[in-house]
Ligand binder design. Structure first.
Ligand SMILES: [Cu+2]
Length: 236
């Protein structure tokens, strides 16, 4: 019995040490570097317009669905840049607002640290009308929930990394994206630039994903206290 207990204690101790050792490398703490990604697209912007005849007081009479947003200098907006070679131990939180019958921002990134450390998505309803969140997932369970006008905030948790499509069953044109990533991530701005700070030094993989233009990866060398620049050109 004592032997068994001893073995169990040793195993628990070993696991504890392994977990402890695993942490500093897994999370981006002090001493990291910055990755600055520049994402370009040489093609034309894609914008769809739809007549709206429902809840027009809040939604307006025309819905603009921006599938490909190209800004100055061919910069691609709404692209998710992430570092999947870094595994976070903690999930982060992101807020998506349903405002003017649009998901704002259109694309967001949030980190999952696995079970018990899931990514947290706060869904706000600032429209004062009924919305119905409906997500399209394969790795995570799908969410399909009404959010009446009195329910200002709804909180959901997602455990598995995945690019999740957000829609609304009340307003068919509403479209948004939640990128649930295993490591740190950011979304490109109007100029196609995204900055990710506190990335552990060493060889890292950078992934760029866009809802219509797909995915690309590149390897970079991150140095402590420095900014590593990386460029992508997305193709149709
Ligand atoms: Cu809606």
């Amino acid at each position: 019995m004592r032997k068994v207990l001893g073995a169990v204690t040793a195993l628990v101790f070993a696991l504890g040490v392994a977990t402890f050792i695993g942490l500093p490398g897994a999370t981006a703490q002090g001493g990291g570097g910055t990755i600055e990604a520049d994402v370009k697209y040489n093609g034309a912007p894609q914008v769809e317009k739809l007549k709206v005849n429902k809840d027009t007081e809040k939604c307006g009479t025309e819905a603009v669905i921006e599938k490909v947003v190209v800004g100055g200098n061919k910069g691609l907006a709404n692209a998710v840049v992430s570092v999947p070679s870094v595994k976070a131990s903690k999930g982060s939180k992101v807020v998506v607002d349903q405002h003017g019958c649009k998901f704002v921002p259109h694309a967001v990134a949030v980190t999952t640290g696995g079970p018990q450390n899931e990514a947290v998505i706060e869904l706000k309803n600032s429209d004062d009308i009924l919305h119905n969140i409906h997500t399209y997932s394969t790795a995570n369970p799908s969410i399909n929930k009404a959010q009446p006008k009195f329910k200002k905030v709804m909180t959901e948790k997602l455990e598995k990394p995945e690019y999740v499509k957000l829609t609304c069953d009340v307003h068919s044109w509403m479209l948004g994206w939640v990128a649930v990533t295993p490591g740190p991530a950011a979304v490109t701005d109007a100029n196609g630039v995204a900055k990710i700070e506190n990335v552990p030094p060493g060889k890292q993989t950078v992934e760029v994903w866009h809802e219509t233009l797909g995915k690309q990866t590149k390897d970079v060398e991150v140095k402590a206290g420095q900014t590593t620049k990386v460029s992508f050109e997305m193709k149709k």
